[in-house]
Ligand binder design. Structure first.
Ligand code: IVH
Length: 676
């Protein structure tokens, strides 16, 4: 290939990747499979390796991150990034409406745009001639930090806008992390012995403020754009039109949750409604932002020093409660990490009963000075498991007990050690029963080997009976052995056996993730699988070969090498192969739009028969389960729904009415047609 050909192919690849990226992340209607996308991406990387001059700042390859910076530069915003005044009471909101009418000297009702107040990090993106030029934080409002390279790594930040975008466009929005992604990140960090983020906002802020953008690239960040700074060209007439226009240019906006209120009364109704929906949204919001819809009126109203006159924020009450710490338990994770968890006297926080709080680690215990018997303030930060905010020291009576750092593993009494760079102590016994149990839970989990029907209770029984002592034993379980377990009847046993058998076919990436190699999360498992193709190739790869890969640093390379040179692990892999688990290529079976999504139906359905509903879901690649668990994505609740609905609410599972379910199917159908 000569340079001209390379440049031409590079242009094609960039155009295709930009387009598919927007279809997936902005418009929610992908046209190609993830695997096909990855192939195009890999081709682009290879091309840029051979012809480095092709790697321009707007190349999709920038999503991987750029060389680390020493510090962030400070850059001015051409228009200040303001903050919002808060309206706390209903009267505050009515006063806001009155003030606006008085200022504009009009009696008519004002139309407002109402949208969720995203709990994330405010950023500005500057596009010149359609290309992302600068991205910055809000900073003090007039100057922010230059985090362009970090923002480039977000898949929902377009590097290039649609061809009809104006020559200059400054867009403002909020970068955030979805709740499930946040929980997963924290779980991974806990396993790694790193400190956890207190809430999704801190996680987003911490991820954006990385001098090494390849770290940001691995964090699951998203953006919703909600406004503009300077813009050349014709500005739309209303806020909703503005959002539609931004979406058309390729920016991600939250039109679905934006409502237009014809007057302040409707604003109040929307605020109530949003409050009710809050628990079901996949991201954390802390209130509703109310904006005068007309951009002409916005301009007429103008700004005060720090806040605009045309907008106000209505915050939700904090989700806090006071309760008692009855005990502090020590949990041992699959890597041996020992983490303290507070057992609480059950208390209700905004409709959810909580009885546990994460304490994360001993640094956190020391910082908060938490003791057994303390009265504490807990807050739900988007998670069902709340965080401890503070101890009510005045309530102490002297009987409270501190929890010392353990000297022995609380489960196997094995030795414990704490590395200087880690925040948790670890059990050093590789065959600690708790580690085995957690390792098995991870191995069978949905994102790993995905063995449905093998829940914690069943695993515990199998362990107690001595039927399993490593992953390969799962594949040797017999029908008789399973039937001997409580809660496993004939039908569920056969289903479980089928699920175990089917898991032999999981692609290599999932298998690698399931093995629980330290520092190899889902993403790096995919990277390794794509590069090496087979387990054998990976097992033989030396340190340098691993280091030569994009995204693989010394820590991961060492961990992978350690894993495959460990005798016990080699034996385990041999045994797994003997029982028929030897995943090879990355060929994934083609899935439907609902692949990986689990539905549960409850109550009386009127629009569908149960069977019909189930078939619709399954035809789209989804799965229907009989009971609600953390793995459930949606509970569809018909009339007279009972305990399942209750449980879904407790677990924070999204609940759909039958009509909403029908709309979901319709939306998918329409997208399917769009794809031709
Ligand atoms: S508009 C001039 N809309 O709230 C007004 N802000 O307290 C600019 N925020 O710094 C803000 N969601 O980070 C607006 N839908 C939304 C928002 C939103 C979250 C944040 C933003 C801003 C802060 C103001």
């Amino acid at each position: 290939m000569d340079q001209n050909q390379a440049a031409r192919r590079h242009g094609e690849l960039c155009a295709a990747l930009h387009r598919h990226n927007a279809l997936y992340h902005i418009h929610d209607r992908p046209e190609i499979s993830d695997a096909d996308y990855d192939r195009l991406f890999l081709e682009l990387l290879q091309l840029e390796k051979a012809w480095p001059e092709l790697a321009t700042p707007s190349s999709p390859s920038r999503r991987i991150g750029a060389p680390p910076l020493r510090e962030f530069a400070s850059i001015p915003h051409s228009l200040p990034m303001l903050s919002l005044e808060n309206a706390i009471t209903e009267k505050d909101l009515r006063d806001f409406d009155e003030r606006i009418k008085r200022f504009l000297a009009i009696d008519d009702d004002i139309t407002y745009a109402c949208e969720p107040k995203m709990d994330g990090v405010a950023v500005e993106l500057v596009y010149r001639d359609g290309l992302l030029q600068v991205g910055s934080t809000r900073g003090d409002g007039s100057r922010g930090e230059d985090i362009t390279e970090n923002l480039r790594t977000l898949a929902s930040v377009p590097l290039r806008l649609a061809a009809d975008a104006p020559p200059l466009l400054e867009v403002r929005g909020e970068v955030y992390m979805e709740l499930t992604a946040f929980q997963k990140l924290n779980e991974e960090r806990q396993e790694e012995g790193l400190s956890c983020f207190a809430n999704p906002r801190n996680a987003a802020a911490g991820s954006l403020r990385q001098l090494d953008s390849s770290i940001t690239a691995r964090r699951p960040l998203q953006i919703f754009c909600y406004g503009i700074g300077l813009m050349e060209g014709t500005v739309p007439s209303g806020h909703r039109q503005l959002l539609e226009q931004l979406r058309h240019w390729g920016l991600r906006v939250n039109l679905e949750e934006t409502r237009r209120a014809r007057n302040i009364e409707e604003v109040l109704v929307f605020f109530e409604q949003l409050g009710a929906r809050r628990e079901r949204l996949p991201y954390e919001i802390d209130g509703m932002v109310i904006k005068v819809d007309s951009l002409a009126l916005q301009r007429e109203l103008g700004d005060k020093t720090r806040t605009p006159r045309w907008a106000v924020a209505c915050k939700f009450p904090p989700r806090q409660a006071t309760t008692l710490i009855e005990d502090i338990l020590l949990q041992v994770g699959r890597t041996g990490a020992i983490t303290p968890v507070a057992q609480l006297r059950p208390v209700e926080i905004s409709g959810v009963t909580v009885s546990r709080a994460s304490l994360h680690n001993w640094d956190e215990i020391d910082r908060l000075d938490v003791r057994i018997g303390d009265t504490v303030v807990v807050e739900r930060a988007g998670d069902v498991i709340p965080d401890l905010v503070r101890v009510v020291v005045e309530q102490r009576n002297g009987t409270e007990r501190v929890v010392p750092l353990p000297e022995r593993c609380p489960v196997c009494a094995g030795p414990v050690s704490r590395l200087p760079e880690e925040v948790v102590p670890r059990c050093q016994n590789n065959s600690c029963p708790a580690r085995l149990r957690e390792g098995l839970k991870h191995f069978v989990s949905r994102r790993a080997m995905d063995i449905e029907g093998l829940g914690e209770k069943t695993l515990d029984q199998l362990l107690e009976k001595g039927l399993i002592s490593n992953f390969s034993d799962l594949y040797r379980l017999t029908r008789e052995q399973l039937l001997g377990c409580d809660r496993l009847a004939e039908k569920s046993t056969d289903k479980l056996l089928a699920a175990i058998a089917a898991s032999r076919e999981r692609p290599l990436a999932r298998f690698l993730y399931a093995l629980g190699i330290r520092h190899v999360g889902e993403h790096l498992a995919k990277v390794l699988a794509a590069q090496f193709g087979t387990l054998e190739n990976l097992a033989e790869a030396d340190h340098d070969q691993l280091l030569g890969l994009h995204e693989i640093g010394p820590q991961v390379a060492t961990s992978v090498r350690d894993f495959f040179s460990n005798q016990a692990n080699r034996k385990l892999l041999r045994e797994l192969r003997e029982v028929g688990v030897h995943p090879k290529s990355e060929q994934r079976r083609s899935g439907g739009p609902l692949t990986g999504t689990t539905f549960v139906f409850t109550g009386t359905l009127e629009l569908f028969s149960r069977k019909e509903a189930q078939q619709r879901v399954e035809r789209l690649g989804g799965r229907v389960s009989g009971s609600v668990s953390r793995k459930t994505d949606y509970l569809v609740a018909g009339a007279e729904a009972g305990s399942k609905l209750e449980r879904a609410r407790q677990l924070g599972v999204a609940v759909l009415t039958e009509t909403e379910f029908q709309q979901l199917l319709e939306r998918i159908d329409t997208h399917g047609q769009n794809q031709g």
